[in-house]
Design a protein around this ligand. Sequence first.
Ligand SMILES: [Zn+2]
Length: 155
Amino acid sequence: MATTRKLEDQDVYVYEGQIYIPNTYTAGALGTRVLTSLRDKKKIMGIRCPSCNRVYVPPRLTCKDCFSQLDELMEVSDKGTVLTYTVVSEGNTCQPVPSPVIYGIVQLDGADNGFVHMLGGVEAEQFRIGMRVQAVFKEERKGSILDIRYFKPLS
Ligand SMILES: [Zn+2]
């Protein structure tokens, strides 16, 4: 819902609001293979650079370091290390679950970069940078990155 306010020192009013823009685009051949692996096998796929051996999760088509074309998908671990995290307390339409949401960057074992996803399973105060975590998959998976419910601390 748009709200109005008067600009400071001017007799001018403005509307403030947010625009909801639904959209659809293809995941592509590579993205489809990654999402079906999550859905059907609960496997997290990365992609290896044939030139410099970096492994990216999620997969990308071009190496950010050496610009090689990438097409060598490989499974990485569902376990990893929390590189950083934050807690979002305010809800908005972009969040996949109700607030508060704990977003983390997790470096999965076998990957060379961080993977942005949600952390959960315990209270936010219990997470720490450097903590070991493991993916928790939904029982009913749809071929979405959200087939991973969150990453929980390894016990
Ligand atoms: Zn490379």
